[in-house]
Ligand binder design. Structure first.
Ligand code: NAI
Length: 250
């Protein structure tokens, strides 16, 4: 158990990859807070984890709403006395519509940037003061390999995820003195229980050609790296990005 007694928030953990992060951190002994806009799904994932005799609870949050992130952080601090780990995983992703740049409205651009980039800023802003008081924290921001591939047809998404990398480096400099590390990972296309528009069956075959490891990526291929970054073994790693993509972006 590498994360015994740690309190960990995982945003967007009501489904998909976040659900796997929550399960994996719980298996390592953390009390995981499944934080999602969709409270029914968050409760379902927390219950799945509790059925394994592991520790979890659910909380509703809209990461793009400042008051909602403040309320989340306050409630967790009040209930558990601390917040050790923040995994900023929530994003508009599986529901995104693939479109050319000229077809993306200003409103669509704003909503993707509001959740995927501003949402990370707001969650950090709410949680970092608590981590500073503890003189301890681990923050992991989920970006995407799409940043390096220049993937067309969802440039608002790609732009939001590129912003996450700049944010990670800059924040790591600001809060390193408080023993808080901030890192990001860039997963390659990862197959979850949620179908999505962004990768077709043909693209799946193409992916295997460009990945060094000839297997479609699954959430469990990512969660070990996230756990590692939360452990004391990674205490001297900060401001870094880990490409976890089967060698696609070499
Ligand atoms: P998903 O779309 O299946 O799940 C996203 C979760 O975020 C959902 O539970 C949703 O309810 C929640 N969410 C959306 N807006 C929210 C808000 N305003 N506040 C709180 N929660 C909100 O995504 P998936 O596939 O699980 O991806 C997880 C993360 O990994 C995302 O950051 C995504 O961009 C990133 N990623 C995913 C890849 C993939 O191929 N699945 C590849 C690279 C990165």
């Amino acid at each position: 158990m590498k994360l015994k007694e740690k309190v960990a928030i995982i945003t967007g953990a009501g489904q998909g990859i976040g659900r796997e992060y929550a399960r994996r951190l719980a298996k390592e002994g953390a009390h995981v807070i499944v934080a999602d806009l969709n409270m029914d799904k968050a409760i379902q994932v927390a219950n799945e984890i509790k059925e394994l005799n592991l520790k979890a609870s659910a909380i509703q949050v809209d990461v793009s709403n400042e008051q909602s992130t403040i309320d989340m952080a306050k409630q967790i601090e009040k209930q558990y006395g601390k917040i050790d780990i923040l995994i900023n995983n929530a994003a508009i992703f599986s529901t995104i519509k693939m479109k050319k740049m000229e077809e993306i409205s200003g409103g669509e651009w704003d909503s993707v940037l509001d959740v995927n980039l501003k949402g990370i800023f707001l969650c950090c802003k709410a949680v970092v003061p608590i981590m500073k008081k503890q003189n301890y924290g681990r923050i992991i921001n989920i970006s995407s390999a799409a940043v390096y591939l220049g993937r067309p047809d969802y440039i608002h998404y790609v732009a939001s995820k590129a912003g996450v990398l700049g944010f990670t480096g800059a924040l790591s400099r600001e809060i390193g003195e408080f023993n808080i590390t901030v890192n990001s990972i860039t997963p390659g296309p990862t197959y979850t229980e949620i179908p999505r528009e962004t990768v077709s069956e043909i693209q799946k075959k193409e992916l295997l050609k460009i990945q060094s490891i000839k297997k479609l990526q699954e959430p469990s291929d990512l969660s070990g790296v996230v756990v590692f970054l939360c452990t004391d073994d990674a205490s001297f790693i900060t401001g870094q990005t880990f490409n976890v993509d089967g060698g696609m972006t070499v």
